[in-house]
Write a protein that binds this ligand. Structure first.
Ligand code: ZN
Length: 329
């Protein structure tokens, strides 16, 4: 009887594999009572790449998380905004995805345990808070979220401009430093799916910039990187723009009907780079069709943003406790 042969790699076909990003993401509900979203939504972009979104009820940030699986290990980018698995079982969702993948991608019987690396697009709380859920998980490495840990783990010797590779087995990711939104920010390019994950640096929403020269430099390098790769989509970790050009949802919104598409194009990335150059010397808020740039920590635009969010939250709370208002005559 012939032994069942296992392919040397599951990643030998033509790449990039066109990603399936045609999905309506869970986007909350007008009132808590009406909310039926699962705490975490999972979506296979291709047979070996998954995107997860934490619900608006768990966190108004509703962050997106990315899971890339290779022959020998998987990497999870970000753990979301909930420390307790009772609130949102991110580790359980990842385990489920890994089990599903393994069912369709057999490994040799003598292969070492399948590893999981938990890393972060950057160290803001809504991207690392779920880390404790992975403590004690077998064959798992949780990369520290401080800059030294990030540089050491991925082997950067020239941070941030160097492009380093991280091999998942048959599938090597490219990683580069993109400070500006946060000093620890990284971008991850996956040649298999063509996705370029940019964290909170590039996404359809409010781009908070703490270091403008670093931000512009990072965008220059992202544009350069994209020019010599087949990038299928630029993928960020939040979604705050509505389907109406130039309109974002209020800060802290728990309900976002008609969201803009999450995937962005390389053309949008190039335009963002040009706009960032233009506004680099002008602190404050700069609104465009597909993003809003917050250059620095100027107080007035931030106050306005929070006040607008507060109003929206107050309205939402009122609508869930007050009887419906009758039409005025
Ligand atoms: Zn952030």
């Amino acid at each position: 009887m012939a032994a069942m042969s296992t392919p040397a790699t599951h990643f030998s076909g033509d790449a990039p594999v066109p990603p399936d990003l045609d999905i309506v993401w869970a986007h909350g509900a007008p009132t808590q009572r009406q909310d039926t979203d699962p705490p975490i939504q999972t979506h296979w972009v291709d047979a070996s790449t998954a995107v997860l979104r934490q619900s608006k009820a768990v966190s108004a940030e509703a962050p997106f998380l990315y899971l890339f699986l290779g022959d020998d290990r998987a990497i999870l980018l970000d753990t979301g905004d909930a420390a307790e698995s009772e609130r949102c079982d991110v580790a359980g969702a990842v385990d489920g995805l890994v089990v599903d993948w393994q069912a369709n991608h057999p490994r040799p019987g003598d292969a070492p345990p399948y590893e999981l690396v938990v890393a972060h697009t950057h160290a803001h709380h809504d991207h690392i808070k779920g880390d404790p859920q992975f403590a004690g998980r077998p064959a798992t490495t949780v990369v520290g979220s401080d800059l030294d840990s990030v540089r050491d783990f991925f082997g950067f010797t020239r941070w941030p401009a160097e492009v380093v590779t991280f091999d998942l087995g048959g599938r090597a990711l490219e990683i580069t430093g993109i400070p500006g939104h946060h000093r620890t920010s990284i971008a991850v390019h996956d040649p298999w799916s063509g996705l370029l994950v940019t964290g909170d640096t590039v996404y359809p929403g409010r781009l908070y910039v703490e270091d403008m020269p670093a931000f512009v430099d990072s965008l220059e390098r992202l544009v350069e990187l994209s020019a010599s790769r087949r990038v299928t989509a630029v993928m960020g970790c939040h979604l705050e723009m509505s389907g109406t050009s130039g309109r974002d949802f209020p800060f802290g919104a728990r309900y976002q009907p008609d969201e803009a598409p999450l995937p962005m194009t390389v053309d949008q990335l190039v335009r963002l780079r040009d706009r960032a150059r233009q506004v680099a010397d002008r602190p404050g808020q700069h609104r465009f069709d597909d993003v809003v740039i917050y250059n620095g920590r100027s107080t007035l635009p931030m106050l306005r943003l929070v006040a607008r969010g507060g109003l929206a939250t107050a309205r939402r709370r009122m609508s869930s406790v007050l009887p419906r208002r009758r039409g005025r005559s």
